[in-house]
Design a protein around this ligand. Structure first.
Ligand code: ZN
Length: 655
């Protein structure tokens, strides 16, 4: 049996809790008492506290005040509720900003922010680091033996960037290390001879700015790498302050996949014991709920893969409306349960929500107790979709493609969606992750081809894997410099094709692709390719390139490498992947799953837990392939399984 250790040995069960800011109720402790009473009634077993509590913990410089927090944590412990304690660095007190203006962030136009808001601190500032380490150390030392403490939550939603003089200097030092102090090397990698961009001294280099240098692609991407490294370095300074006193308490931070695209989370994950994610899916909106659910699933599959399949925590969500959305829609009955268990289905071990609908939260608490046997089980994905943030940065920084519409992530999501519809277990990974454990790798628009990726893909296919990639792949290296040997450069032999050039289509333009008599619409991009060794599966129907290959497959060793030369309509991707999934037995289950129904699988090596989720508002019947035991109702089901609208059932094999 393969079961992973719980996040905390002190609480080897699902964590179900509340993200709370009790520091706002110091003058009204009866409110906190009421919250704790409701938490207990609703089956919550953990409270996240302290995220924005710095000014309550240190109301004046070096005048620390923790007695209010002592009372709350003691009370939670007496009531059987565990604590995840946050470091308060996400927002600084007003006195700190007033006395030390360098702690405030500077925008890309070099204007320093005023005091206020979150994400408004300089992660390089020695003063901010010193003050952060001081308050973190104080908390860790003070609570190191408190039995309620099960995890640390470092800061809050790291995001954004600072362009102050301290950061500019740190950036130049970072570049000197990367380019071995060789300015000529930097000039070459950034291709600065083009249009008069050459640097003659390191001090001339400044961060990219809308009113300054914004057209050197290498500068743009190196700046983003630096911002990630500097933010990770700041986070590491917090972690080491905490670990000095509590080496055995796990640390996490809440990531923002989806809304924070300036940081490379793969580098954060290496420093954390467990990764966490905040998600606020906007349900019942301008698209069917199942599409929202699919996008959320993508986020979970990305977060889980950051730690190679280890369970993650859903740190923030909401049981009902989200107050900052354009339209603050109530969740429909059943949706909170379904959303919460969707996270569990994808590998979460914790579910956190703000205040909201008491009954819904209570029901989730009861269900998580029933699911206790699934804690420590893992999701074993046999397919991976590559979503590489540096590839996204590279595409965003260039002229070319559709300049009005840089849609790398949307394109990745479209491919992912066709796999999700087929209930395939997927990891969402960067191109630097190990490919060997997968049967299928999907790499849409792999514009940036990092060192060794082509060789690893070749090895993957030769060993029997299936690779799918598309137009605009293998164009630039890791510094956004074009390959000179033609496209798709190092992937040419593996794919068995050569790309001549890419036609970009206007919105109203369409081409068509014929695959064995079936005609699909092509839009936005049509890559004009020549087959060298690949078999041609589909050809263009229109324009001057009618008859040329549009879809190819190349057999290499024991595997196959597919090249989709065009941006195809959804129905094409659905048909293409459905065929691939069925032929290669990649689906999680052997029974059909209608549109809007998704199945995820968690396993302990002996039992497989199937999470059947209906994201449609309407009820639906599923024809099961054999007898299953249904965990909630504690009964066996054979034949037809009825799912209500927004319903979830968890099944294990009867035998
Ligand atoms: Zn700064």
């Amino acid at each position: 049996m393969v079961k992973l250790s719980p996040i905390s040995e002190r609480h080897p069960h699902f964590l179900h809790g509340d993200g709370n800011n009790p520091d706002q109720w110091i003058q009204m402790p009866e409110i906190v008492d009421g919250d704790i009473r409701l938490m207990k009634l609703s089956g919550c077993n953990v409270m996240l506290v302290g995220i924005f509590a710095w000014s309550a913990l240190e109301p004046e410089e070096t005048k620390f005040e923790v007695s209010w927090l002592d009372k709350i944590i003691d009370k939670l412990y007496e009531d059987g509720v565990n604590v995840i304690l946050a470091t308060p660095s996400g927002a600084r007190p007003a006195w700190l900003a007033k006395k030390y203006p360098e702690v405030l962030r500077v925008q890309s136009n070099l204007v320093r922010n005023l005091y206020g808001g979150g994400h408004n601190y300089c992660y390089t500032s020695p003063v901010y680091r010193k003050k952060t380490i001081q308050i973190d150390s104080l908390l860790a030392q003070h609570y190191r033996n408190h039995p309620a403490l099960i995890a640390w939550h470092i800061s809050n939603e790291y995001c954004g960037e600072c362009h102050c003089d301290l950061c500019q200097e740190a950036f130049r030092n970072w570049l000197k290390i990367k380019y071995n102090g060789d300015l000529d090397k930097l000039n070459h990698e950034w291709w600065t001879n083009f249009w008069n961009h050459k640097y003659s001294d390191w001090n001339e280099i400044e961060s990219p700015a809308p009113n300054g240098e914004n057209s050197i692609h290498g500068l743009s991407i190196d700046w983003k790498r630096f911002v990630t490294d500097q933010t990770v370095d700041f986070m590491k300074s917090e972690i080491s302050a905490i670990k000095k006193f509590t080496p055995n308490i796990p640390v996490t931070t809440n990531l923002l996949q989806g809304s924070c695209r300036n940081l490379d989370y793969t580098k954060f994950a290496k420093e954390l014991d467990v990764v966490s994610i905040d998600t606020y899916p906007a349900g019942h909106y301008e698209q069917p709920d199942w599409k929202t659910a699919c996008n959320t699933a993508f986020t979970y599959d990305f977060i889980r893969a950051l730690k190679d399949g280890k369970p993650f925590m859903l740190m923030e969500s909401t049981p009902s409306m989200t107050k900052w959305m354009r339209t603050c829609k109530l969740k429909r009955p059943g949706m909170h349960m379904l959303s919460s268990l969707q996270a569990v289905a994808h590998g979460a071990v914790a579910e956190h929500c703000g205040h909201g609908v008491f009954q819904d939260v209570t029901e989730v608490g009861q269900v998580l107790k029933k699911l206790d046997s699934t804690t420590g089980t893992v999701t074993k994905a046999n397919a991976a979709v590559i979503y590489d943030i540096e590839n996204e940065w590279a595409q965003d920084s260039i002229y070319g493609l559709r300049n009005d519409l840089k849609n790398y992530k949307q394109e990745v999501l479209r491919h992912y969606q066709s796999l999700w519809k087929n209930s395939v277990s997927v990891d969402v990974i960067s191109s630097e992750k190990d490919f060997s454990k997968y049967k299928l790798i999907v790499a849409p628009v792999l514009y940036m081809l990092k060192p060794d990726v082509a060789r690893r893909m070749e090895h993957f296919v030769e060993s029997g894997g299936m690779l799918v990639t598309t137009y605009y792949s293998g164009i630039v290296n890791e510094n956004n410099l074009c390959f000179l040997e033609g496209f798709p450069s190092q992937l040419r032999k593996l794919l068995g094709i050569r790309s001549e050039e890419v036609d970009t289509l206007y919105d109203i333009e369409k081409n068509a692709v014929n695959i064995n008599g079936q005609v699909y619409e092509a839009d936005t991009y049509c890559d004009l390719i020549h087959s060298e060794t690949a078999e041609i599966i589909g050809t263009y129907e229109k324009d001057f390139y009618a008859g040329r290959p549009a879809l190819t497959v190349n057999k290499v060793g024991d595997g196959y490498a597919y090249y989709i030369a065009f941006r195809g309509e959804h129905v094409f991707l659905d048909d293409f992947y459905t065929k691939l999934v069925i032929e290669n037995k990649l689906k999680s289950v052997d029974f059909p799953t209608p549109e809007g129904v998704n199945v995820q699988k968690r396993s302990d090596g002996i039992n497989e837990y199937l999470f059947l989720m209906n994201f449609n508002p309407e009820p639906i019947d599923i024809s099961l392939d054999r007898c299953y035991h249904e965990i909630f109702a504690e009964c066996n089901i054979e034949g037809i399984l009825h799912l209500n609208g927004y319903d979830i059932k968890i099944l294990i094999d009867c035998h």
